[in-house]
Design a protein. Structure first.
Length: 150
């Protein structure tokens, strides 16, 4: 009878150990699956982040290139205007004409500077907004993922 009790006890222990091992194996498989899924999601998320930074850089440099082209064109126009103004100065016959021409040139140059400054500011703001839009979108995605995780 004592041997039967020991055998039952050993069989019960073995059964419990097998159940525990099977349960642990199931949990480990589940945890591994979740970890693999999370690693895959993290990899995809980081890949999308890198793509957003690359896209942002492309937009920024294309816009900067356009601004430089615009500056070159503006420089040419300014040079032509200065040349025309110099020709006008050579035709002046009196001090009164000189003062009138100086006033005209000063007003025109002031208006041109204000106009150029306004256009440049608008162009830079648009460029920065366009360039950082892909990154801003990624921040929104990260924020949404953080909200879901919490």
């Amino acid at each position: 009878m004592a041997t039967a009790k020991k055998t039952d006890l050993a069989a019960d222990f073995t059964s419990k150990a097998k159940e525990f091992a099977a349960d642990a194996q199931t949990r480990v498989k589940g945890a591994y699956g979740k970890a693999t899924e999370l690693a895959s999601e993290a990899g995809e998320f980081n890949k999308a982040n890198v793509e957003a930074v690359v896209e942002s850089g492309k937009i920024f440099f294309a816009g900067a290139q356009e601004l430089v082209k615009s500056d070159v064109e503006t420089g040419k126009a300014v040079l032509e205007t200065v040349t025309a103004d110099a020709k006008k100065v050579t035709t002046i016959k009196s001090p009164t004409e000189l003062f009138e021409l100086q006033g005209e040139i000063a007003r025109r140059n002031f208006d041109a500077a204000v106009s150029f400054g306004s256009k440049r500011t608008e162009a830079l703001v648009k460029l920065y907004n366009d360039a950082f839009a892909p990154i801003s979108n990624r921040v929104s995605v990260a924020t949404e993922k953080a909200k879901k995780a919490a």
